[in-house]
Design a protein. Structure first.
Length: 325
């Protein structure tokens, strides 16, 4: 979450006239995240989150996000529920940009991740994949392997060599080589379905050591199911110095297997997809490091984290005997 489009009180009061969610008491921008503009609203009827979709999001994709959240809510999953307006529409426009409101989920994200947290996250993801098995809508993952060639090109064109060299000599060459390797062995035949695509600690809420909410479904799409798990491994299974934590990894996998059992093939390719996931976040963080607007109220995320994680997974898969597609 972030704030690119600033709002004032009058704009929000006027916008809320479209809904039956009470009168505005207070509002605040949410600076965590990188994609859209988000505001926490307090009204006379409760708490809500207002999201303005920014330029990276195609308006044609927003119905997919709304439908998956409604679908998961119907199954009892703890994700935000989109709020319809007085005309039973979920999507509106605010300051000329597509906008939705969802209910507010209580809880806090974790700063100090435990082994048990990882077990619960794995179980929560497995449950999400099971609940979405009969979800009949699809959305291509623009930030999966088919989109990385463009990301690499964009980084080459926009990130100065002086910036790249400060992170690591020959960084773009290493990225290109890793991309070529992942493409060569990409497991196209693994089970596909709905994935969250961004299950980082700041998108999972806890109360009394139990998960109470999973938020930010705006990277969600249709892709290889264990690519979702690979993203979670990158996000949850390292310490604050970016050292891999085997016990957290095993707990995450164990939790996932409780809800949805991994096949032998999925287990075999998980390290490769972990490398791929680290490459994806390295690329987007590298691009955003120099391309995030100065006026945006957003905390940029240092690519250094994913340079280190990417190196780790490259070492793991180096001696694995994959078969070329």
């Amino acid at each position: 979450m972030a704030v690119y489009t600033n709002l004032n009180q009058d704009q929000i009061i006027d916008f809320l006239k479209l809904y039956n969610i009470g009168k505005l008491i207070s509002f605040s921008g949410i600076t965590e995240g990188i994609e859209n503009s988000n505001f926490h609203l307090k009204t006379s009827n409760g708490d809500f989150i207002l999201t303005i979709f920014e330029k990276r999001v195609d308006i044609k994709d927003i119905p997919f996000f709304i439908k998956i959240m409604l679908h998961l809510n119907k199954n009892g999953y703890y994700c935000p529920k989109p709020i319809c307006d007085k005309k039973n529409k979920f999507l509106q426009k605010l300051r000329g940009k597509p906008t939705i409101i969802v209910n507010f989920l209580k809880g806090k994200s974790r700063n100090n991740i435990t082994i048990e947290d990882c077990n619960q996250v794995g179980s929560s993801m497995g449950l999400m994949h099971i609940y979405s098995k009969d979800f009949n809508f699809e959305r291509d993952n623009s930030l999966s392997i088919k989109g990385w060639e463009t990301l690499i090109k964009n980084c080459n064109n926009s990130v100065p060599v002086s910036v790249l060299d400060k992170f690591e000599p020959n960084l773009m060459e290493n990225i290109q080589n890793s991309f070529n390797f992942v493409v060569k062995f990409w497991p196209n035949n693994l089970p596909k379905g709905f994935i969250h695509g961004d299950l980082f600690p700041d998108n999972v809420f806890f109360i009394n050591d139990k998960i109470t909410g999973v938020i930010d479904f705006y990277f969600s799409c249709t892709d290889i199911l264990i690519y979702d798990l690979a993203i979670a491994v990158n996000a949850w299974c390292f310490d604050k110095e970016y050292n891999f934590q085997e016990k957290k990894y095993q707990a995450l996998i164990r939790g996932y297997n409780i809800k949805r059992k991994l096949s032998i093939e999925e287990e075999f390719f998980l390290p490769l997809l972990c490398q791929a996931a680290s490459l994806r976040f390295l690329l987007t963080r590298l691009f955003d490091w120099v391309n995030t607007p100065i006026a945006a109220n957003v905390v940029r995320k240092n690519p250094e984290e994913y340079i280190k994680k990417h190196k780790y997974f490259k070492k793991i898969v180096k001696n694995v005997k994959y078969i070329e597609n």
